[in-house]
Design a protein around this ligand. Structure first.
Ligand code: FES
Ligand code: FES
Length: 177
C-alpha cells in the first residue's frame, strides 16, 4: 500500500507499506530515522513518541498508514539554525536533563508540543506534558527545569521580571524535592 505523508517538512512517498506496519518501524527501518526509540513496544514507556499534526503520539501504537496525509515530526526535525541544537535541546544539556539519552527525543518532542501550546507553562503543566514518558535516569526535575528555562527565554522574560512569579516557581521546585 502506498503511503504519502509529510515528515519533518518534507513530503515522503513510500510504496508497498504493509497494512499493519507500525510507524516506528517505518521511521527507523525504512527511513533510517533512529532518533525515535523503541522501548517497551506496548504503549507504556512513551520513548517512541513523535508528533503527529503537533500531537504527541506513540509511534509503536500507530499504524503507518494512519499518518497518510498528516504532518509527522521526529527528533531529527527539531534543530536550531544551520542544524545546530535547538534552544530546548541546548537547555536539556545545560540543566543536566540528559543522561543515557534514551528518553530524550520523546521528552524534547513533548516539550516542544507543550511550548507551542503554552508559552508560559507552570511546572505542573510541564510535568503533565511529559507524564507518560519514562526516564530511568534523571528523576525528571532537571527535565522540568530545562523546559521551564526554555519557556522563559522564548517568552523574553529575564531575571528582573516577574519576581513574584519567580518566587512562586522556586517554591514549587522546592516542593518537588
Ligand atoms: S516503545 Fe512505544 S510506548 Fe514504549
Ligand atoms: S536520560 Fe536515561 S532514560 Fe531519561
Amino acid at each position: 500500500m502506498p503511503l504519502v505523508f509529510t515528515l519533518n517538512g518534507d513530503e515522503i512517498r513510500l510504496d508497498d507499506i504493509p497494512d499493519g506496519m507500525l510507524l516506528v518501524d517505518v521511521l527507523r527501518d525504512h527511513l533510517g530515522l533512529t532518533g525515535t526509540k523503541r522501548g517497551c513496544e506496548t504503549g507504556t514507556c512513551g520513548m517512541c513518541s513523535v508528533l503527529v499534526d503537533g500531537v504527541l503520539t506513540r509511534s509503536c501504537r500507530t499504524k503507518a498508514i494512519d499518518v497518510a496525509g498528516r504532518l509527522v515530526t521526529t527528533i531529527e526535525g527539531i534543530h536550531g539554525p544551520d542544524g545546530a541544537l535547538s534552544d530546548l535541546q541546548a537547555a536539556f544539556l545545560e540543566h543536566g536533563a540528559v543522561q543515557c539519552g534514551y528518553c530524550t527525543p520523546a521528552m524534547v518532542l513533548a516539550a516542544e508540543a507543550l511550548l507551542r501550546r503554552h508559552s508560559d507553562p507552570t511546572r505542573e503543566q510541564i510535568r503533565s506534558a511529559i507524564n507518560g514518558i519514562l526516564c530511568r535516569c534523571t528523576g525528571y526535575m532537571q527535565i522540568v527545569d530545562a523546559i521551564e528555562a526554555t519557556a522563559a527565554v522564548r517568552a523574553g522574560r529575564n531575571r528582573r521580571t516577574g519576581q513574584n512569579r519567580t518566587a512562586g516557581r522556586r517554591s514549587d521546585r522546592e516542593q518537588e524535592r
